[in-house]
Design a protein around this ligand. Structure first.
Ligand code: NAD
Ligand code: MG
Length: 296
């Protein structure tokens, strides 16, 4: 049934406080309270991505899972990558994609390994018989009170996971991407307004913004668009698996003008728009879904 009611966005998806909870990274969303809303019950497609072939990194959970569900319901076949630990979340997404009548491909592996990034692209192209939407959303985030507390190996891992993997994946994908393909990275409000306790993370997101804008200029000559989605505070496993200091979990997102966090479902439309031909004149842009936090 079509929803004809006008909804107040500040009253949608509210959760007065979040219960204390912590998981080892990368976390499982099926074990969160409340479980993030990725549009499983609500997203309705209208054929915007019929026949398209998408690879979505980190598609087992959170924001990228919302994109995976939306893409399948818009008519795309979808491959998702994730870490082997996240198999239970990934299995749920496979079922959701298949229930939408589309092909689902599961590719577990570690994106900090360049060889795996190449293998992931080869496997996707083989299984989907091509690739024309590439969503780079996998990422890690660990919070530390002080710069002095950040172990060097964790700092390096942030850059390998969030930034270097994008080079490796795009390098491997380029020869397969046709004119009209779309690449969508996931940056963050943290690129523009960094939190004091996210010093290992925020600069990776600024790097992704520069990567996106530069790559867009390079690839438009091949008819490939490159854009980024910049989320604000969104309720996902990344946040309760060390991404926030424990003391900040209960009131997560309440410092926005909405006075609430966002849910992954609220990001899906942005990923659909940037993937579809309806945004044919849009490249090198950052689309903020931030609960009103400025990104310029
Ligand atoms: P999430 O935990 O659901 O997704 C992150 C995914 O990254 C994981 O599911 C995992 O599969 C993948 N990943 C992490 N390390 C990996 C590795 N080494 N190899 C392969 N895969 C790996 O959390 P999310 O919040 O939906 O995160 C998605 C993206 O959104 C991330 O890039 C994150 O930085 C970004 N983001 C999130 C928020 C937020 O508030 N949740 C805000 C801004 C940006
Ligand atoms: Mg996950």
């Amino acid at each position: 049934m079509v929803d004809t009611v006008v909804h107040d966005p500040t009253k949608e998806y509210t959760s007065s406080t979040y219960p204390k909870q912590e998981q080892p990274a990368p976390g499982l969303q099926s074990r969160m309270t409340p479980i993030p809303n990725c549009g499983e019950q609500t997203y309705k497609g209208s054929g915007k991505l019929t026949g398209r072939k998408a690879l979505i990194t980190g598609g087992d959970s959170g924001i990228a899972r919302a994109a995976a569900i939306a893409y399948a319901r818009e008519g795309a076949d979808v491959a998702i990558s994730y870490l082997p630990y996240e198999q239970p979340d990934a299995d749920e997404v496979k079922t959701l994609i298949e229930n939408a009548g589309q092909k689902a491909v599961l590719i577990p592996g570690d994106l900090t390994n360049e060889g795996f990034c190449q293998q992931m692209i080869d496997q996707t192209v083989k299984a989907l018989d091509g690739l024309d939407i590439l969503v780079l959303s996998a990422g890690m985030q660990q919070a530390y009170e002080s710069i002095s507390d950040i172990p060097s190996n964790i700092l390096i891992k942030h850059f390998e996971t969030n930034v270097f993997s994008m080079y490796w994946i795009v390098k491997a994908a380029l020869k397969h991407l046709p004119n009209g393909a779309s690449i969508i990275t996931t940056s963050s409000v943290e690129a523009y307004n960094p939190s004091p306790d996210l010093l290992a993370y925020s600069p990776t997101k600024s790097a992704i913004v520069a990567f996106t804008k530069g790559l867009a200029k390079q690839l438009i000559h091949q008819g490939i668009r490159v854009n980024s989605v910049a989320p604000g505070p969104i309720w996902t496993p990344l946040q309760i698996a060390g991404g926030q200091l424990q003391k900040n979990i209960a009131k997560f997102g309440q410092d926005t003008i909405y006075k609430r966090a966002g849910q992954p479902a609220e990001l899906a439309a942005a990923y659909v728009l940037l993937a579809s031909a309806e945004s044919s004149y849009v490249t090198g842009q950052v689309y903020g879904v931030t609960g009103g936090i400025p990104i310029a």
